[in-house]
Design a protein around this ligand. Structure first.
Ligand code: ADP
Ligand code: ADP
Ligand code: ZN
Length: 214
């Protein structure tokens, strides 16, 4: 199964993708995570992406399209995957269509997570992850069961993204509305779009997505 999660920064794409990975045995492909690995490694690709990511803008389509195209050829994608954070522009959506038809793949579901922009600032500024296993948390909305200890791996080291600040969130939301929101119409016109209420509680959103997938 191949899924796509669409929604602005903070909509809950990563949170839901991790739950769907466990439920369906498919893997999350987050272009944001892939870029952060490149930045941390200091690769050429990472060097090109770093400043743009810090400013809350979008990295060039060519770079992203090449990155995802080679990623989905890996063996671990054979059982299916969840696209999280890609595509983010109309050229990326069009490139994905071409890529899928060239590779003989089919996109099964596009899920739009509907949220209020106003709530996204608090979601983003309160977001943090386990440094050991990458599990996602929030200062108010998704705390570990025991304070300071990761539910999943027992780790005690956590980290926050440098671009998760109130200022950058504004630019990222702007980029979303200008460049990404048009692809919702693109998939609606194709008839593959389904929508869920991303403002609902985390468990409820998972249930809605599973209902849509069937
Ligand atoms: P995205 O990948 O779309 O940018 P995340 O999944 O990282 O978003 O979620 C952003 C933050 O909001 C995280 O800290 C997460 O714990 C929290 N969060 C995710 N979904 C919900 C929800 N339905 N209600 C409240 N908080 C949520
Ligand atoms: P979020 O979902 O919280 O906005 P991501 O982790 O998906 O954040 O992305 C972080 C940053 O990486 C984006 O602000 C952007 O600069 C870059 N990025 C990720 N995916 C793409 C993409 N498909 N196209 C262009 N830039 C991207
Ligand atoms: Zn952990």
């Amino acid at each position: 199964m191949k899924l796509m999660l669409l929604g602005p920064p903070g909509a809950g794409k990563g949170t839901q993708a991790k739950r769907l990975e466990d439920a369906y045995g498919i893997i999350q492909l987050s272009t944001g995570d892939m870029l952060r690995v490149e930045v941390a490694s200091g690769s050429d690709l990472g060097k090109q992406a770093k400043e743009i990511m810090e400013s809350g803008g979008l990295v060039s389509d060519d770079l992203i399209i090449n990155m995802i195209s080679s990623r989905i050829d890996h063996d671990d994608c054979k059982g299916g995957f969840i696209l999280d954070g890609f595509p983010r522009t109309t050229p990326q959506a069009e490139a994905l269509d071409t890529m899928f038809s060239d590779k003989g793949m089919k996109l099964d579901h596009v899920i739009e997570m509907k949220v209020d922009d106003d709530a996204m600032v608090e979601r983003i500024t309160g977001r943090y992850t386990c440094a050991g296993c990458g599990a996602g948390y929030h200062d108010s909305f998704q705390k570990p069961k025991e304070e300071g200890i990761c539910d999943k791996c027992g780790g005690t080291d956590f980290k926050r993204r440098s671009d998760d600040n109130a200022e950058t969130v504004r630019s990222r939301l702007e980029a979303y509305h200008e460049q990404t929101a048009p692809i919702i119409t693109y998939y609606r016109d194709k008839g593959t779009l389904k929508s869920v209420d991303g403002m609902a509680a985390i468990d409820e959103v998972t249930t809605q997505i599973k209902d849509e997938i069937g």
